[in-house]
Design a protein around this ligand. Sequence first.
Ligand SMILES: Cc1cc2nc3c(=O)[nH]c(=O)nc-3n(C[C@H](O)[C@H](O)[C@H](O)COP(=O)(O)OP(=O)(O)OC[C@H]3O[C@@H](n4cnc5c(N)ncnc54)[C@H](O)[C@@H]3O)c2cc1C
Length: 452
Amino acid sequence: MLEKYDLIIIGGGPGGLTAAELAAAKRKRVLIIEKDGWGGTCTHRGCIPTKALLSCSKYFADLKKLKRMGINITDASVDFSAIKKHQQQIVKVSALGAQKVLTEAGVEIKQGTGEILSPQEVRFTDASGKSENFLTQNIIIAWGSVPQVLPGINLSERVLTSDGILNSNTLPSSIIIIGGSVIGVEFATFFAELGSKVTIVEILDRIIPLEDQECADLLSQELTRLGVAINTATKLESLKDTGNGVVMLAQKDGKQIEISADYALLCTGRKPLLNTEKLEKLGIEYIKAGIKIDKHMMTNVDGIYAVGDVTGGMMLAHRAIQQARVAAGHICGDNNFCYNENFIPSVVYSHPQIARVGLMQKQAEAEGLSVEVVKSFYSANIIARAELMGQGFVKAVFHQDKLIGATIVGEDAAELIAPLTLAVSNELTKKQLRNWVIPHPTLSEIFISIIG
Ligand SMILES: Cc1cc2nc3c(=O)[nH]c(=O)nc-3n(C[C@H](O)[C@H](O)[C@H](O)COP(=O)(O)OP(=O)(O)OC[C@H]3O[C@@H](n4cnc5c(N)ncnc54)[C@H](O)[C@@H]3O)c2cc1C
């Protein structure tokens, strides 16, 4: 007799973990299968290691500000091996935390590969090749995404994706970053703050093309000030590992340019892990961008759900988490969770950070909405001044007095976007926002002038 579950989840990233914990809390018998590390891309190759690294480089960069505050540090230097230890320690804490949450919730966990045989049966195979089949009422696909490598580019010891660079223990003296979107500018910030010579190569005419132009301009200005060479409208032609470095050829302004560096980092996007042959065998509909799902995160096959990066769209951990809440809620008969792609905040953890929720001015205008755009500057905020935060602003977009979107560029933008996400997703009006009392003195007081 095969063991029978209410829910089997394949993939132990933020999506899978959230669904498992929620369904177990509702007394469902849940099995989760993970082939690599608990916490998924987020914990091992994404959010957590990159933010651990960026906090180190930020402290180092901020030392320059201390002199202006009367604190003299004479012999600050970078110990890259200690920085890598900090990264590894934070990843370890996050992975152990993920496993602890699962066991405490009563979720059964298995380390190995999961394969869907039918909507009612899943095969688990461990590292030694031993297999076991299980029956289930529901399945959640949460097996994530992988880095996208441009055709014609060969990965090597010096031509790396984000996975590879996070495993490397060398601080490059110079690095070419192909792709000036979120992951590219985050790594550019980190390496430049530690003193590497960084070159960004971006095919479009600006970095961070999905974000507000003014925010991208401010970030470009700050990265340039840090010494990052930004080549926009530049098309990569070839990238070669010469054994002791890399050589890149690209087209810019109708001319060929050649740039050499220690390492090259490919930040040219991620693609969902589709396993297309298996999806087709099961009759699960997908497009290149991801598995198709309905408002409950269910695929076209009854009882099989998909959440997170595998569904395409904005590949973000908190998006995977919300989709997982909706899917697990539906399986458990709780339809109180809902998902709206417009209300998923996005953050670029560069320095300065860029954070956004809802509609940008351009998007709202393209939808034919009459908008009022209100801006508030860090320079008018006393905490931003006291802490030498530098430039930044909040741009709020109102339609018929309702807050429909906000973008922030500046220090702590990732934290500041959280209350605005609540406001935008509840379509709060200026009148309602005026009763929002903000502690003084705080950076959050920057919101007072947008409310009026
Ligand atoms: C460099 C980088 C930085 C990032 N920074 C951020 C950030 O700051 N904020 C943010 O919100 N997002 C960030 N992301 C994106 C974030 O990591 C992903 O959106 C998130 O991890 C997606 O979660 P998921 O549950 O869909 O999949 P994943 O986290 O990818 O987890 C999927 C899991 O499934 C497992 N798996 C795959 N196939 C099988 C199988 N057949 N059997 C068993 N297990 C399987 C994989 O091993 C993996 O552990 C970053 C990504 C990268 C690469």
